[in-house]
Design a protein around this ligand. Structure first.
Ligand code: NDP
Length: 450
């Protein structure tokens, strides 16, 4: 065992003891610590200041009850959290997730990751995440509104444009952000940019809806350009059919690729002819307006097939873009993708790849872009929304998109800078982890023991 391996082992044992049963959080920390431990050992100032120990302990966690009334007059109770992880380089920033699988462990993993991701964007944003074990599926608009309003009655005390700025995530889209912001504004009696992802008529930024998916494909393009190739002409499997998936598919198609899959939690559709802009417009309406299910795609486009309860990774493709949720690519999916000669895996979702699968991609020479780099475009444009709100002006779609492209290019350069190996290839996992870490760690060292 090398000294880095034994230090990692001891560090993880302590973390697991302090955070029992929090498997997602432990997994996210292990992935980062594997990259960082050798780097920290080479830089004793970080070890002396206990930066890794401090960065894996959230600044604070707020847990609260949300009581609301459903359409039948029944009183319903959910649990909500806000994990304010690290504000060393700016106000806390990170989305809110509404899904029955939300736990403290899930939100700690997301808040921890967010700290590194926000650092990579180059913008002054700390890391946070929040959410509730509330399931918006099957709820009426009025029920979702009452839930959001009740949640904000507690949350509003803990957030603010210079304190903590929430946004969307799974189950929290334009509708939910509007209800949350409307209630925040009423309680605070201030019209400020305390939430991002807002509607365009009340302080939202052009390009925010598209930013995560577009950014993820811009990152793919940067990785491929770096080896003299491009997205153009590639076949792509996208998972999910929510915000990130739809706009990743849109940008990939615009850049000349053929997207052949989309999915939701009930299965995936395979369209060998490619999901062209007309078909994607149908999916946008189906998911964003009708709130329907992806299997309805084959009723409209019968050349496609639906694969119930399966994930799309068995379809042979050049590029895989997981955009649904955590741990949706396991070791056996990775083996299948490798057998089918996948070239690129770019994570649109947060931690969609299990650790063993990520190791397989790295060993197999795949260009593997971790979420904290590949999906940072969403929070980056949220940061731009905050800037526009503070300046009380609005930039055009083209201006925002250009800034997004530049930010993704910069993130790619940082990953190359810290992740380039002796043989010239790039380990994007190490690159993203170390580049994200350095800025936060330097600030923490400068602050002293806080
Ligand atoms: P949405 O709620 O818009 O869409 C989520 C999609 O993933 C849906 O198709 C959903 O299917 C599917 N999904 C969710 N949970 C599961 C599950 N347990 N198993 C299988 N499929 C599932 O969310 P987003 O598109 O916003 O988020 C997707 C991912 O991207 C998340 O990991 C999120 O953290 C990450 N992300 C999002 C950002 C954003 O700007 N929105 C920014 C950065 C990262 P179903 O409808 O059946 O539940």
């Amino acid at each position: 065992m090398t000294s880095a391996e034994s230090e990692l082992d001891a560090f993880m044992k302590g973390l697991e003891k302090r955070n029992p049963g929090e498997s997602e959080f432990q997994q996210a920390v292990r992935e980062v610590a594997e990259s960082l431990m050798p780097f920290v050992l080479e830089h004793p100032k970080y070890q002396k200041a206990q930066i890794l120990e401090r960065m894996t302990e959230p600044d604070r966690v707020i847990i609260f009850r949300v009581t609301w009334e459903d359409d039948d007059g029944n009183i319903r109770v959910n649990r909500a959290w806000r994990v304010q992880f690290n504000n060393s380089i700016g106000p806390y920033k990170g989305g809110m997730r509404f899904h029955p699988t939300v736990t403290l462990s899930v939100l700690k993993f997301l808040g921890f990751e967010q700290t590194f991701k926000n650092s990579l964007t180059g913008l002054p944003m700390g890391g946070a995440k929040g959410g509730a074990n509330f399931n918006p599926k099957g709820k009426s608009d009025n029920e979702v509104m009452r839930f959001c309003q009740s949640l904000m009655i507690e949350l509003h005390r803990h957030i603010g444009e210079d304190t903590d700025v929430p946004a969307g995530d799974i189950g929290v889209g334009g509708r939910e952000i509007s209800y949350l912001f409307g209630q925040y504004k009423r309680l605070a009696n201030r019209f400020v940019g305390t939430l991002t992802g807002k509607g365009l008529s009340f302080g939202g930024s052009h390009g925010r809806t598209e930013a995560t998916g577009y950014g993820c494909i811009y990152f793919c393009e940067n990785m491929l350009n770096n080896i003299g190739d491009s997205v153009n002409g590639k076949t792509i499997a996208v998972s999910g059919s929510g915000n990130v998936a739809i706009y990743a598919a849109e940008k990939a198609t615009q850049l000349g690729a053929k997207v052949v899959t989309l999915s939701d939690s009930s299965g995936f559709i395979h369209d060998p002819d490619g999901i062209d802009p007309e078909k994607l417009a149908f999916v946008k309406d189906l998911k964003e307006v009708q709130r329907g299910r992806i299997h309805q795609y084959i009723d409209r486009f019968p050349n496609a097939t639906f694969h119930k309860d399966q994930r799309p990774w068995s379809v042979p493709v050049d590029i895989a873009v997981p955009c649904a949720t955590q741990n949706e690519i396991d070791a056996s999916d990775a083996a299948t993708l490798l057998t089918n000669r996948v070239k690129v895996v770019s994570e649109g979702a947060n931690m969609p790849t299990e650790l063993a699968a990520a190791h397989q991609f790295l060993q197999g020479g795949v260009l593997f872009a971790p979420a904290k780099a590949a999906n940072a475009g969403g929070v980056a444009v949220s940061g731009l929304e905050q800037s526009q709100n503070a300046l009380r002006l609005s930039w055009s779609h083209e201006e925002v998109d250009l800034k997004l492209q530049n930010i993704m290019k910069e993130i790619h350069s940082k990953c190359v800078n810290y992740g380039k190996k002796a043989d010239g290839s790039v380990n994007y996992v190490d690159g993203a982890n170390i580049a994200g870490f350095v800025k936060v760690a330097e600030s923490m060292v400068a602050y002293g023991a806080v």
